[in-house]
Structure formats: structure tokens, C-alpha cells
Design a binder for this molecule. Structure first.
Ligand SMILES: O=C(O)CCC(=O)C(=O)O
Length: 982
């Protein structure tokens, strides 16, 4: 499921972390009403209706929808003279109801700006009903609700008129149960200027209006007694669609894998969602880096490593790659290969910039390892473990061969790849995974030529074990000692360096690995080296570097474009306080760009400045020469370079990797009091007992899916009543908006029997959506409470797993572990398992509130559509703040044409948009086959309030449209369907 398009014209990240750009569209209010003002102000509402047969007739798809007929209604004495009407969005006063013939457009008005007497007429909120609604009670005796409507309309009866374009209502129309409709469509909108004056005003008696609404008996549903799910847990395996807990016990498996860490990780998870919901420092579903406002928080080591990624010193030093621009490659068998660059990584990329900032500012960052990460020397029993805090000690740029079919920038065959070196933050103590037996294997090597007394641990062979096997990072059995560049003024050191260079040259001359074929780099400078033998002959590498001119500038003018140097290369000494403390304390200067060169690889000095012409070339100062590094070149890490660097004092750990319990941050009751962002109350947590990061999957309690430990069960008394909800502005006619290009038209229906207003939206070639605004909220209030009682008792409401493949988009959610839907849901009746694997329980087991909702929906649908739908399924969903149901359709095979839902609690915006053709996709974690060619604009949206009912009529709606529901806080919705299970 995708995140909603809320911000038209903006790019937003969807819940999967994908950036979606929402296109601008002409969104208009459907409430194309205007006010005529004079001494006796009145409201005129353009209205339209269409024949019911437009919906019923399946063949209509091939026929154009008949043009709606129109009625105009004038509601007199509603807008007192002098009241100011302004547009909500622009705050621009559009009309003052003071002068005759002036009209105001209601488009996009908010409640505050609509005269209250108009609202009360159209919305009828909070008026007690005279019509009883009969619902079943626990003991089977029918309960009478004093439903809806007072004489409110009657009291205003004489104060409204219906102005029609025809003298009387069309008999066809009244027969098709659409006697009176209000609304607008685009044909009715005056293009500009004044609207046409309405011609005739007819006072209509209520008796004249043929509403043609029949009340039918309640559906024949067997209402069994309420069954407590907890006491019947054997019968109702409420969690059987969720994965069985996988106990994580590294100690058990240690016998099999001696490298297994003895200790448990501080935090581990079985799905990416658990990580993202439980950890404040890792909320990225797709990217390997979690950042916010260019601050890095968490970094995930996962599958698809880049060349020369390293896990060294038992994980105290980790070298990885960052910065995106990767595509997933596959081998000849179609198996996933390494991630290959498809563009240069550069600082202009937010991820690269964020990592570089973390390096520059010494900001610590949490490293997490995933099961696919080759660097770990042991197999993970779970999907992810949190390693701990690291700091970025060095970053550099390398050249990486462009994959076949991808064109790098002109003049080269490679892309720029950032390498990031992470060092363990020592204030945490030893890494949790290092156990004693491993420690005894570690050889302590005194830091050579180090000015400090720091000693570093280097376990012989451990890096070899840990390095990704198929990469070219090799710690040789007996690594040669790297040359050490002396301090600037020291001739002694220069002599030392010279000897080291000889040593290295000797080593390299024996190495068959350094070859020059298949050039990676191109350019004029490479020719000489290219024409040489495959194996480098470094015997001539004897020039004295002490002869070097120490002024880099003088070489700069000679260097570019020449095959050899006229003067010897300088080797300037750069000292870095941090690096000097470790064994890796030497560096040189690139003769071309004059930047420091760290001796990262044994093979020689390499410039890592991507804009330098010596970039990623091995420089031979004495020969005034260089060698191009090819994709086949084996680069071997300088052993000293891999040694851990002591943590600088400014690297401070800001918080524990195991976050505090959510209840410590936000007690459950805070949602009621509105004192906390409700997200805290449904996001994940880390079990203190076993360290598992959990999603909150139960409504009533935090429960660990590994050890079953629970946290902060909701008290039965924690019930949110309507009076506790934040005061929302009551939307005028549902505050609906219709995209002018959508072809959707709207009309209004008055349900006299229940004194209820119903806005009807005609979706071209698809069907109708009815929005019923119920005036009597007594039943809705009771249901709001009852649902919470049932939910708090436990077991019913859970976040259920989404299917791995979206039936709608065919996108495969290539995520580790399960992916739970956001909302808490329970299904009764036929099993409804379209996108979310929702377990279904028989109606007999349903709590009373569910049956009452089903009954109410059945009754209302019967009133509006005139048929008993015979619903056999009801899905009840509870949303906490921040939860939503993203774009989807309800198009399960066997789904009946009429779907209806009841809204309780906070308001929600329901939106519809057309489906679009899709293109092939090979992106990020979606390994699926399609993505939308473009995001269609929202065609229709309206606000559902407490007690409102929405009906979708027409199977084609599910085929042609997606819908989404975005609540504005705690909300409950019950959706009834007919599902043919055959
Ligand atoms: O939350 C709602 O109002 C409707 C939920 C919905 O769209 C569905 O169940 O398919």
C-alpha cells in the first residue's frame, strides 16, 4: 500500500520511504453553492441528479452518462443580512451578504465561515431523533434507539424553497428514489462572472417530495451472545496469522558456530518494520541510512556490499559504502548480485552529504547489521541486530566500474563511490559480541612508530574471515609493513619512508595481482603505464624522495597532460592528531591536487580526490609516474590502516541503543487527554527482557513477540468518548472536493424518514458513492464506547500482516519478516483477505457493537438503495493517531457491488483516485513488476464525521478507483461487504 497523496504538487515520502510526487490538479469543491443576498437573504444551491438506472445498468460503461438534470433550491432567511462570508483557503472575503443579488461562492469554506443556520439545516448535528432505530440487544430483545431527528427541519420547513428549472419534479426521477438532489457538477459552474438568475421559484411542501424510501426489517442475522475472546483463546487463535516467535538465543547455537557471540545483542528484530517502528534512530524502510535534516542517526549494513567493504578487528572497524545511486544487479541465473552504481555519488546527494557531515562533526551513528551482511563472522538467527555506536573516522572516494548498459559521464568508464570508515566508540566498552575465547585469539600489536602508547588489537586472520569472500580485500598472511611517511622536517623519517617504499615496491613487483589491462581510468596520463607489462615492474622505483621539491605548486604546472614528470614528486607529510595516535599516522600529498593521501591500500599511494586527474591512480613519485587501477586490480588494505582509531573525546554517545519504554515517554491515557502525539502509543518498543524490537501489534497492550512479556495494558476505564475528542469543525456537506477533470458529479438527497442528508457522487462509468450524514449521534456514541470496551478486553483488534505481493500493484514488498498493516482490525463473517491477511471469526462470536454496526449499515443501505444487501462480512478497524488506510481498492474476487462503512470517533478524509497503467519497476526494495506511470490526482475527497455512513455502489468502483482513508486521530470504522466465498 502506498502512502496518500496529501500534498498536491509536492514530493513526499510514502510509508515505504519512496518519494512520490503528487501532480497538481484542479481540485474544486463540489459544494458549488452560492448565496443571493438582498434584504431577505437567501441561499441558492445548484443541484443535479441522474437517473438511478445509470448505476444499475452494467452496460452503461459503453454509453455516455446522461447529462444530469438540475434543480435549484433557495433556502430563505438563512443568511442574515450583513454576515460575512469568506473563503477558507484564501481568507479572502468573497461576498458580504448585504446587498441584493450578490452571490458568494461556498467553495472550500470551512465551518466557521458558513452561517450556522445553514449548517444546522444541512448537517442536523446533535438533534434527537423521533424515529426509533431498532437494534438487537445481548439477550436478543430488540432495543429501541431514539434515533435522529427532531422537528428541526419542520421548524425550518417554511424557510426553504426549492427552485427548479422545471415546474414539478420529474416523475421518473421520483421513481428512481432521487427526488431531490443538491450539488454541482462542472457543467453547472458558471464560467465566470454572475451566475444565471434562477427563473422560477416553487414552494415545495414536504408532501410533494417523493422520497421513495422504504424501511425494511432488520436483516436476519443470528445474534449470539458476546463471547470473550480471551476466555476462548483456544477456539480463537487471534494471532495465528502472525509469525510464530523465533526465540533468539545465541548461546544455544554457539556450539555449531564458535564465532557466535556469547552475549545477546542489545536490540534485535525480525523485520524491518520492527526496527523502524521501535528505534528512534532507524526509521528508514528503504534506505540504508536513516537521516533527518542532514543528521545521520542509523546506518544499516546489509546485503549487496560494494568492493572493499570490510569488517575488521572483530567489528571495531567497519568500512562500508554510502550515498545511494545504486541499482540491484542480477547474475546470469537471475540471482541478486551486488548493488552497482548507476550514477556518481557526490556531495550533492543528501545521503553523502549527511555522512560527510557526520564525519566532519564527529557525530556518532548507530550501526545495525542485517542478516544479508557478509561481513559478520557469524550467522544471524534473526533479521537484524544493533551493533552499537560508531563514529566516522574517514571518508574517501574510489572509482567503481559502471555496470554494463549504464553510461558513466563522458570520458570515463567508472562512477565515483564513497567509502565510509566507521570506528567503534570506545566509551561503550567492548562490543557486546566479543567473547572471551575470541579475545584470547587476539594478538596485541604495539602501534608501530606511533607517538602515543596506544595499542591496538589485531586478531590474525580475523579480518580475513570477516571480509566478504568475493571481494578483493585481502589481508595477506604476512602483510608487509606499510611505509610510514616521516614528519615533514625529519630527514630520518624520509629515509625510513624511502626504505618502506623499496619494501613495498619489492612486494608489488612480486605481486601478480596489480595489472593494467582493462583500464578503469582513461586519460592522457595513463598511456605510458598502460603500454607497460601487465605486471608492474617497479624495480626502477628508486628515486629519492628526499630530492623532492617540497613546494607542490611547481609540479602542478607540469603534471597535467604529461606522461612523465620533469621534477620529482614531493611527498609532504600531513599529520593528523587522530590518526597519529593510531598506527596509521602517515599521509602524503597528491602532486596534482595537493590533498592528503592516506595510505589506505598496500599497493601504493592513491589519490582519492574525485576531481583530481590522478584520482584513483597509484602514484609512483620516484618514477614520476602512476598506474591506473583497473576493475581487476586487487587492492589490499594496509594493515595498519585497518587498526582501530581511538575515539576522540568530542564523540559523545547521546542515548542508549535500547530506547526507553514507550509508556515512560507517554502514558496510555495521554491519547485521551490529547497530551501526546498518539503515534508513540502504537509505534514499536524494545522488550527489556529479550531485546527484541517489536511492533505494537495488539490494541490493548504492548506484547513481545519473542518472550511474551507485556507492557502497560490499557485499563478498561481508558475509554475515549465523543466529548473527549478534539473539537473538529463540522464540515459543510462533508467539505467535499471534486477534481474538475474527473467527470464526477454530485447531488444531494434528503432522507425524510430519518431526517438525514445524503450527498451522492456519481463516478463516471463506475458507480456511486453516498455520504450519509447522520444527525442522531446517540447510537454512534454508544458504539464508540462499546467498541473500545471490546477492544480493551483484549484479543480482537490487532495489526495484521500485509500480503507480500500487492494484488493491486503487483509490487512485491521485499522486506525481511512480516509487514503489518498500520491499523488494528478484526473481521467477522466471510473471510476478507484481499490485501491484509485478516483472520475472520463467525458472527456468533462477534461483540455486540460489531453486530449493531452491521445492523445499522444494513438498515441505512436499505433506506437509500432500497434493497437488503445481506451483508455476510464486516471488517472493524481501529486507528490510533497517525494511522491510516492508504490507497487500495476492496476488489476481492467475489466482492458484492455494495460496500458500506460506519465512521466513529475523529473525522477522516476519504479520497478516491483513478487507477493508472503501470510501468516496470526495479527499484529499491520493490522487486516487483510495476509502478504507476504517474500518480493520478485525487478525483474526489470528503470528510467523514462521527456517525457518518459511506456507501460505495458499483463493482466498477473497485476496478477503476482506489480509495484511502486518513483519520485525524483516534477513529473506528466498520465496513460491511458481501463476499461470495466460492
Ligand atoms: O476506515 C474506513 O472508513 C474505511 C476503510 C476501508 O477503506 C476498507 O475497509 O476498505
Amino acid at each position: 500500500m502506498f502512502s496518500p497523496a496529501q500534498n498536491i504538487g509536492q514530493s513526499v515520502e510514502d510509508e515505504m520511504g519512496d518519494v512520490i510526487r503528487y501532480e497538481r490538479s484542479a481540485v474544486q469543491s463540489t459544494n458549488d453553492c452560492y448565496i443571493e443576498t438582498d434584504d431577505r437573504p437567501e441561499i441558492s444551491i445548484t443541484a443535479s441528479y441522474a437517473s438511478e438506472s445509470q448505476i444499475e445498468d452494467e452496460t452503461r460503461r459503453s454509453k455516455p452518462i446522461p447529462k444530469p438534470k438540475r434543480h435549484h433550491i433557495e433556502l430563505n432567511d438563512l443568511c442574515p443580512a450583513g454576515s460575512t462570508i469568506s473563503k477558507a483557503k484564501t481568507n479572502k472575503v468573497s461576498r458580504v451578504c448585504a446587498k441584493k443579488s450578490k452571490r458568494a461562492n461556498y467553495s472550500n469554506w470551512s465551518y466557521r465561515q458558513v452561517p450556522p443556520n445553514i449548517l444546522s439545516l444541512l448537517r442536523f448535528d446533535h438533534y434527537p431523533s423521533q424515529e426509533p432505530l431498532i437494534l438487537p440487544s445481548e439477550n436478543g430483545i430488540q432495543q429501541t434507539y431514539q434515533n435522529a431527528l427532531s422537528n428541526q427541519l419542520t421548524s425550518t420547513k417554511n424557510s426553504y424553497e426549492v427552485e427548479t428549472g422545471i415546474d414539478q419534479l420529474d416523475p421518473d426521477v421520483s421513481n428512481t428514489r432521487q427526488p431531490l438532489s443538491l450539488g454541482s457538477n462542472k457543467e453547472q459552474r458558471p464560467r465566470r462572472g454572475r451566475r444565471p438568475r434562477l427563473k422560477q421559484t416553487t414552494q415545495i411542501d414536504e408532501a410533494e417530495i417523493n422520497y421513495d424510501i422504504q424501511i425494511t426489517p432488520l436483516p436476519q442475522i443470528h445474534f449470539g451472545p458476546h463471547i470473550d475472546v480471551v476466555s476462548q483463546s483456544n477456539d480463537i487463535p487471534y494471532s495465528d496469522t502472525l509469525t510464530e516467535p523465533i526465540p533468539f538465543n545465541p548461546v544455544d547455537s554457539e556450539a555449531i558456530n564458535p564465532m557466535k557471540p556469547r552475549n545477546q545483542p542489545p536490540v534485535w528484530a525480525d523485520s524491518r518494520q520492527e526496527l523502524c517502528e521501535a528505534l528512534p534512530y532507524y526509521r528508514s524502510f528503504q534506505s540504508g541510512l536513516y537521516m533527518h535534516k542532514r543528521s545521520a542517526f542509523g546506518y544499516l549494513l546489509e546485503a549487496y556490499p560494494a568492493p572493499r567493504d570490510v569488517w575488521a578487528h572483530n567489528g571495531k572497524v567497519v568500512i562500508s559504502h554510502g550515498g545511494g545511486q545504486c541499482i540491484r544487479t542480477t547474475d546470469s541465473d537471475g540471482k541478486p548480485g551486488p548493488a552497482a552504481l548507476q550514477a556518481d555519488q557526490s556531495r550533492s546527494d543528501a545521503r553523502v552529504d549527511t555522512l560527510l557531515r557526520a564525519h566532519e562533526r564527529r557525530t556518532p551513528i548507530v550501526l545495525i547489521a542485517g542478516k544479508g551482511y557478509d561481513g559478520l563472522p557469524w550467522e544471524l538467527d534473526c533479521a537484524y541486530i544493533v551493533l552499537g555506536w560508531y563514529w566516522i573516522s574517514l571518508t574517501w572516494v574510489e572509482a567503481e566500474e559502471a555496470p554494463s548498459g549504464v553510461r558513466p559521464p563522458e570520458g570515463r568508464s567508472y562512477f565515483h563511490r564513497y567509502k565510509i570508515r566507521f570506528d567503534w566508540v570506545v566509551s561503550q566498552g567492548e562490543p557486546w559480541w566479543i567473547n572471551r575465547s575470541q579475545e584470547s585469539d587476539i594478538t596485541t600489536i604495539p602501534a608501530e612508530d606511533s607517538e602515543s602508547d596506544v595499542e591496538v588489537n589485531f586478531k590474525e586472520g580475523s579480518s580475513l574471515t570477516a571480509l566478504p569472500s568475493d571481494h578483493e580485500c585481502i589481508i595477506t598472511e604476512q602483510p608487509i609493513k606499510p611505509f610510514q611517511t616521516p614528519s615533514k622536517s625529519s630527514t630520518e623519517s624520509q629515509a625510513y619512508q624511502k626504505s618502506k617504499i623499496h619494501e613495498l615496491a619489492e612486494h608489488l613487483s612480486q605481486s601478480p595481482k596489480l595489472r593494467t589491462e582493462s583500464l578503469l581510468n582513461t586519460g592522457t596520463m595513463s598511456e605510458k603505464a598502460d603500454t607497460g607489462s601487465d605486471t608492474l615492474n617497479l624495480s626502477a622505483w628508486t628515486a629519492s624522495i628526499s630530492d623532492c621539491d617540497q613546494t607542490p605548486k611547481c609540479y602542478r604546472s607540469h603534471w597535467p597532460g604529461q606522461n612523465s614528470l620533469s621534477t620529482p614528486l614531493p611527498t609532504l607529510i600531513v599529520t593528523d592528531g587522530l590518526l597519529r595516535q593510531s598506527n596509521f599516522n602517515a599521509s602524503s600529498i597528491c602532486t596534482s591536487c595537493h590533498h592528503s593521501i592516506w595510505q589506505i591500500y598496500q599497493e601504493g599511494l592513491i589519490c582519492f580526490q574525485s576531481d583530481c586527474e590522478l584520482f584513483f591512480k597509484i602514484i609512483y613519485p620516484d618514477r614520476h609516474d602512476f598506474v591506473t587501477i583497473t576493475p581487476k586490480t586487487t587492492l589490499t588494505y594496509n594493515r595498519n590502516f585497518l587498526e582501530p582509531i581511538p575515539t576522540p573525546p568530542e564523540v559523545q554517545i547521546p542515548y542508549d541503543v535500547r530506547p526507553s519504554d514507550p509508556v515512560e515517554i507517554a502514558p496510555e491515557t495521554d491519547e485521551i487527554n490529547g497530551e501526546v502525539n498518539g503515534r508513540t502509543l502504537w509505534k514499536g518498543w524494545v522488550c527489556k527482557k529479550c531485546g527484541r524490537a517489536n511492533c505494537r501489534f495488539r490494541w490493548e497492550v504492548w506484547e513481545c513477540r519473542n518472550c511474551g512479556d507485556t507492557l502497560a495494558p490499557i485499563a478498561q476505564s481508558s475509554i475515549i468518548l465523543r466529548k473527549d475528542l478534539p473539537m473538529h469543525i463540522i464540515p459543510f456537506l462533508g467539505d467535499s472536493k471534486i477534481d474538475l477533470n474527473s467527470g464526477i458529479t454530485s447531488s444531494m438527497k434528503w432522507l425524510e424518514e430519518i431526517k438525514c442528508l445524503c450527498v451522492v457522487y456519481e463516478l463516471p462509468f463506475a458507480g456511486r458513492v453516498y455520504h450519509l450524514m447522520q444527525p442522531d449521534l446517540k447510537l454512534a456514541d454508544d458504539l464508540l464506547e462499546e467498541y473500545q470496551v471490546a477492544a480493551n478486553e483484549g484479543g480482537w483488534f490487532q495489526r495484521r500482516p500485509l500480503k507480500a505481493v500487492s494484488l493491486r500493484t503487483q509490487i512485491h514488498y521485499d522486506m525481511k519478516g512480516q509487514f503489518l498493516a498500520q491499523h488494528f482490525a478484526v473481521n467477522f463473517g466471510a473471510s476478507y483477505k484481499y490485501q491484509v491477511d485478516t483472520l475472520s471469526y463467525p458472527f456468533e462470536k462477534a461483540p455486540k457493537c460489531v453486530l449493531m454496526s452491521l445492523s445499522l449499515l444494513t438498515q441505512r443501505v436499505q433506506m437509500i438503495l432500497g434493497e437488503n444487501i445481506g451483508y455476510n462480512e464486516i471488517l472493524s478497524v481501529m486507528y490510533r493517531e497517525g494511522q491510516k488506510m492508504s490507497w487500495h481498492d476492496d476488489g476481492e474476487a467475489g466482492l458484492g457491488p455494495v460496500v458500506s462503512s460506519l465512521s466513529l470517533g475523529n473525522q477522516a478524509v476519504m479520497s478516491f483516485r483513478t487507477k493508472t497503467p503501470r510501468t516496470n519497476l526495479n527499484k529499491g526494495f520493490y522487486s516487483g513488476i510495476s509502478e504507476p506511470k504517474h500518480i493520478p490526482p485525487t478525483a474526489l475527497s470528503f470528510t467523514l464525521s462521527h456517525g457518518d455512513i459511506m456507501i460505495m455502489q458499483g463493482r466498477e468502483i473497485q476496478k477503476r478507483y482506489d480509495h484511502k482513508v486518513v483519520p485525524m486521530g483516534f477513529r473506528i470504522a466498520s465496513t460491511a461487504r458481501v463476499i461470495d466465498e466460492r
